[in-house]
Design a protein around this ligand. Sequence first.
Ligand SMILES: [Zn+2]
Length: 273
Amino acid sequence: MSAAAKPTRPPKAAPRVLHGAGGPAVSPTASARRRGVKTSVSVALDIVRDIVSQRLQAGDKLPLESELLKHYGVSRASLREGMRLLEVQGLLSIRPGPGGVVVGGAHPANLGRSLMLHMQFVGATYDELMDTCIWTEGQLAELAARNRDRKKVRRLMLPFLSQSDAHSAASGFEHPIEEGLDFHLAVGALVENRVRAFMLMMPGQVLVEHIISNVERKFLEDPFVHDHEAIAVAIIAGNAMRAGKLMRDHFEHLNKYFRTYWPRAVADKIQGR
Ligand SMILES: [Zn+2]
């Protein structure tokens, strides 16, 4: 058999865009519409399904609007509304002009913004938010300590070890606030069940956006750096009970701190910014 007779293979690297060809994705959208789901919502769900099935990454572009209209078989208004829903969630970024529509990312902070709207709606206070965070963050620390990938646990927690020794107060080194936020994101990233991780990280993300960014302090207080280190040690040791307790203690410390530096706001109702 000659080489020429071999069946031709499809190109190895398919372009990272949704495939406009192949006609509209009729079935899911149509069935969703029959169930009474708003067209824009079902288009949003279809777009997410396509992003996932085609393994698009953050920064990848979606096809032109004309192709998307053909592909999803909906009106321009419904398509745009669907994409706008995803943009609000940070899952898409819509850039004016040739930038087009770009895939974003799933982040608990985006979900946190939705939670914030609901909490504002029912008149919840920052006090209630803080109270919730003491519990959720404790759960996150326990779950992080139980992560079965011990190599990953060590890798993510290592940067937060021995910081207080390496940079003693005498050296005048200060830890930027971002480092504290990174610590809590790293703990969340160690929760194996992503549904739990997202659910539990949401209140902390609201706290970050509303309280920490309002307190106008650029550096972490030393006791917080020590708290982080002790929690990291417990997580690396796989001691879930201790990690959870230390994290709850840490949030009790934060709670006292906020009451000192921002006393008025603690009893305030949660407000959009
Ligand atoms: Zn902290």
